[in-house]
Write a protein that binds this ligand. Structure first.
Ligand code: SF4
Length: 398
């Protein structure tokens, strides 16, 4: 660690910064974390803003800071457009996995072994295993028991305005043929020092769009078939929106032992502008129909949604309409612009941290009384890290 970097526990850091900011005559607006009104010299005030927001919204300061990191990205001298790392936040015993776009105007700075607020070099945690965030064929979550499989070369998929299509592709080889999938599993088992796949809790198919519904279904069935030969008995989750017919859902029910669906809705407004044609062709009524089909066929289901593209009014209206049609917590991702022109995709107001905290409160109110809560290992760009609706989140984080 750089000797010039001070290390303090997070609450101390917030306390220290708040004192300085109290002397300031700036208005609250001038402290908001936007590119336009967050000049480098106001980063200390930015920390004060985090503390005030935590108080105002009655959420842990650690949650506010993680939301701020995820929505602001991080500046770095490392030669990566996108950086991934594990963050051990000071003053806590939890480690989080983060993938952040490089953003020179961000108040956060990351080097090879530390993430710090750039204003005064004060360290807020240790960044472990810092690396270029490439588009990989696989990655593991939940203590290496969940396998995210990008078997259809997501880096070649195009068309959604917010997608990070310049991510270094390491997924050129498609795993859509039986032989290629077997070869992949054999290599995976060697690497993981396992004799079979019985230890996997879930395989999540999170990959680029297939050309057709038939190709999507064929691939899901192939994955089940090949993985079963290696004693996989866990949940097979499809993350996408290309299964659209009754027939497909019936085939999933008949052939997949333990199926789950994350229907990629992503946004409610401007769908034709923000999403590629395959995804934008799904209407909200269409999504409700698919979620109903999932329930009719015994498939556990939810939706994925990007927080930062719609107004709070649209979020509330959209999720009120979806109410009752999903049985697990939605994947609610904080919007991360990867390039400067993607900043413009945000709905006005979503450049402010407060937007995300209001959204968090809206979701907690909408889901109150339901037996669902965020699973921290499942979403690295979440609105929740330590607490959900006033209760501690004790799940595994990585
Ligand atoms: S469907 Fe959209 S967001 Fe997903 S990989 Fe393709 S272009 Fe990117």
């Amino acid at each position: 660690m750089n000797a010039a970097i001070k290390t303090v526990k997070l609450p101390q850091l917030l306390e220290k910064s708040a004192k300085g900011a109290l002397r300031s005559t700036k208005t609250e607006d001038s402290f908001s974390p936007t590119e336009a009104n967050l000049p480098k010299k106001s980063h200390e005030s930015f920390i004060c803003e985090l503390k005030n927001l935590a108080k105002k919204f009655r959420v842990p300061q650690e949650d506010v800071i993680l939301i701020a990191i995820n929505s602001n990205g991080a500046n770095t001298d490392l030669p990566h457009d996108r950086i991934r790392f594990k963050l051990a936040l000071n003053g806590t015993d939890k480690t989080f996995y983060l993938g952040l776009p490089k953003k020179p105007t961000s108040p956060f700075y990351i080097s090879a072994n530390e993430i710090a607020l750039s204003v005064d070099g004060t360290n807020i945690g240790t960044a472990l295993e810092v690396e270029n965030d490439t588009c990989d064929a696989i990655y593991l979550r939940r203590g290496r028991t969940v396998l995210n499989l990008n078997s259809n070369s997501r880096s070649r998929c195009k068309g959604c305005a917010f997608c990070f299509d310049s991510q270094t592709p390491l997924d050129n080889k498609r795993l859509t043929a039986h032989d290629a999938m077997e070869e992949f599993i054999e290599t995976f088992l060697k690497k993981e020092a396992k004799s079979d796949l019985a230890h996997l809790y879930q395989v999540a198919l999170v990959t680029g769009c297939f050309g057709s519904e038939e190709a999507t279904l064929r691939h899901i069935l192939l994955v089940q078939d090949v993985f079963t030969k290696y004693k996989f008995r866990g949940e097979l989750l499809y993350f996408g929106s290309q299964l659209r017919s009754k027939d497909s859902f019936k085939k999933i029910k008949d052939n997949i032992q333990n199926p789950a669906l994350v229907l990629s809705i992503e946004c409610f407004d401007r769908r034709n502008v923000l999403l590629n044609k395959l995804k934008s062709s799904l209407t909200l009524d269409g999504a409700i129909n698919l979620l109903s089909l999932a329930a009719d066929n015994g498939i556990s289901a939810t939706v994925s949604y990007i927080v930062g593209l719609d107004s709070h009014v649209s979020i509330k209206a959209g999720f009120e309409k979806l109410d009752g049609y999903f049985d697990r917590f939605p994947i609610l991702n904080i919007f991360q612009p990867h390039k400067s022109d993607q900043e413009l995709l945000r709905v006005p107001g979503a450049e402010r941290l407060e937007y995300y905290l209001i959204a968090r409160a809206i979701f907690e109110e909408l889901f109150a009384g339901k037996q669902i809560k965020p699973r921290t290992w499942e979403n690295y760009r979440s609105l929740w890290y330590f607490e959900y609706a006033g209760e501690n989140l004790n799940e595994q984080t990585i």
